[in-house]
Design a protein around this ligand. Structure first.
Ligand code: S3P
Length: 234
């Protein structure tokens, strides 16, 4: 556990970052990640790399778009929602794309789209829930983004999406089982994120503020480890 209780939960900080930040770990009681609710060592310190954008990844219904828009406002970044861009370009809903062309076609659209952002700075990229599962998409995001995974428990996700009908993968007689199964299946991909934020008990505003603080702190740590060490923790 972070000895200073700063709330940061894992980082892609560089070796020159403050020692404090080199020891950040995934934290909190995230069901499925830490059985028994212990804070642990699941987090991995990623190899040092440059990033100037933030990617929000995570399951359907965790609030990526809502958090992303607030975050974009906090940091003065441009907000991009991959699902909305695809729908606009295709001129139809994602459910229509799935129904007419199939999921692999949609996944290719995601992969092509995400590559476009590799050279653009100042972006909050909110991704569709399955985008991070393709290794090439993860590799693309890693080139320029701090990757933040929003994590919610299956029950909370179910509550959030149960009255929404626009997600093709959840149009099943037993959406809760589907959510539980898919979440388990995708967990290894979500675990590749630099930061994991549990959102079961956080409002979108709190989550966005938390990510903004983490991003600023990590940036600060890369520029000046001393300044970052003196920064107040949130
Ligand atoms: C999907 C999530 C959706 C959308 C599509 C597939 C998924 O996005 O990309 O329906 O595979 O999890 P949201 O996560 O924004 O709902």
């Amino acid at each position: 556990m972070c000895a200073r209780a700063c709330g940061l939960v894992g980082s892609a900080t560089s070796p020159e970052g403050a020692a404090h930040h080199r020891t950040l770990r995934w934290t909190g009681t995230i069901p499925g990640f830490q059985p028994g609710g212990r804070t642990g060592s699941l987090g991995r310190v990623q190899p040092p790399r440059q990033y100037h954008n933030i990617a929000l990844v995570g399951f359907m219904g965790v609030g990526k778009s809502t958090v992303g828009q607030i975050l974009a406002g906090l940091l003065g970044f441009e907000f991009i929602d991959t699902d909305r861009v695809i729908e606009t370009r295709e001129g139809r809903r994602i459910s229509d794309i799935f129904a007419n062309e199939g999921e692999p076609f949609f996944r290719d659209l995601e992969t092509n789209l995400i590559r476009e952002y590799e050279t653009r700075p100042g972006l909050i990229v909110s991704t569709g829930g399955g985008l991070i599962v393709r290794p090439e998409n993860l590799a693309s995001l890693r080139k320029h983004c701090l990757i933040v995974c929003l994590w919610a428990s299956p029950a909370v996700i179910f509550e959030r999406v149960r009255h929404q009908g626009h997600r093709p993968l959840l149009q099943t007689p037993d959406p809760l089982s589907r959510i539980t199964g898919l979440l388990e299946q995708r967990k290894p991909a979500y675990q590749q994120a630099d930061i994991l934020v549990g959102v079961d008990f956080r409002s979108p505003q709190e989550t966005a503020q938390y990510i903004a603080n983490s991003f600023r702190l990590l940036h600060q740590a890369r520029k000046s480890p001393q300044a970052a060490a003196a920064e107040p923790r949130h």
